[in-house]
Write a protein that binds this ligand. Structure first.
Ligand SMILES: [Zn+2]
Length: 290
């Protein structure tokens, strides 16, 4: 009798254990299945992140056309066109001293000259996905109203961002300067269609076809001074970077004398249009010298 009870109890214990073991196995199986599902989801998410990053890289400027630092993506057409820049970069939308502008009178009289002193240097060039940019080594500068501004880089827009009495030029080169105090000044050189431009020829020939980091070409020397006209008379106004984040506090000096560029050279520029539309003056006065 005692033995029978013992056997029954043992049997019950065994069957409970067995049931527990089965439940445990089922649970483990469920957890494993869940883990596999989660792992699949993580893999899918990682793939999406990688795809997003790749897409974003295509839009990013390693260095934006006009300023330091990385920027989220923006473009000159499509969903990320200039009218949308303000959604991501507030100053592009709300700024009251934005560039570029349509240059037209009445003008104020400018009181100072600009004195560029550009030195030849090794060609350092990049395609940042928005423009071709030539980076300038130390030593090239411009004296503006008694203050020295270092030339950092110059780059191109097609057509020119600045309009003169409503009309753009074929292209413009922006020479971006910074003072020791951090003030920015841009000298704009307009290009009209005409003879081939020798400096542009060198730049186009060595420019990377695809967006990417700076390319240094030790055997090539670039002379930025040869990009400037002899007469340095200008239109000047207070504006902003013409690319996101559209930061204000940039003084523009748009030279009145255009340089020549051939139609073939304009057409060979790898960006069909990379010009921000003109922005309202909002009461700003444009000054002129000469
Ligand atoms: Zn520019």
């Amino acid at each position: 009798m005692l033995r029978t009870i013992f056997e029954i109890v043992l049997g019950v214990i065994l069957s409970i254990s067995l049931t527990l073991a089965v439940v445990k196995t089922v649970q483990v199986k469920n957890v494993e299945e869940e883990l596999a599902t989660v792992k699949k989801k993580v893999a899918a998410a990682n793939k999406k992140i990688a795809e997003f990053e790749k897409a974003a890289e295509g839009q990013h400027a390693p260095q934006p056309g006009h300023g330091p630092g990385a920027t989220p993506h923006w473009a000159y057409d499509g969903d990320l066109n200039p009218a949308k820049w303000g959604d991501v970069f507030p100053e592009c939308g709300t700024g009251k001293q934005q560039s570029p502008v349509d240059i037209r009178g009445p003008f104020e009289k400018a009181t100072h000259e600009i004195k560029p002193d550009f030195k030849p240097g090794t060609l350092k060039i990049l395609n940042n996905g928005h423009t071709l940019q030539v980076n300038i080594g130390a030593g090239s500068k411009t004296m503006i109203n008694g203050e020295s501004f270092d030339l950092l880089q110059f780059h191109f827009h097609r057509p020119s961002e600045e309009h003169i009495e409503g009309k753009p030029s074929a292209m413009v080169a922006h020479f971006v300067h910074k003072s020791a105090a951090g003030k920015l000044a841009v000298i704009g050189v307009l290009f009209s269609e005409g003879a081939e431009n020798e400096v542009v020829k060198v730049i186009w020939a060595n420019a990377p076809k695809q967006e990417g980091p700076e390319k240094v070409i030790p055997e090539m020397t670039i002379n930025a001074a040869a990009m400037l006209p002899k007469r340095l008379n200008y239109y000047s106004y207070e504006g902003s970077l013409t690319t996101p984040p559209c930061t204000e506090g940039v003084t523009f000096y748009i030279l009145k004398t255009p340089m020549a560029i051939s139609r073939q050279q304009v057409e060979a520029f790898p960006f069909k249009t990379n010009a921000r539309p003109v922005q309202p003056l909002n009461g700003r006065r444009i000054s002129v010298n000469g």
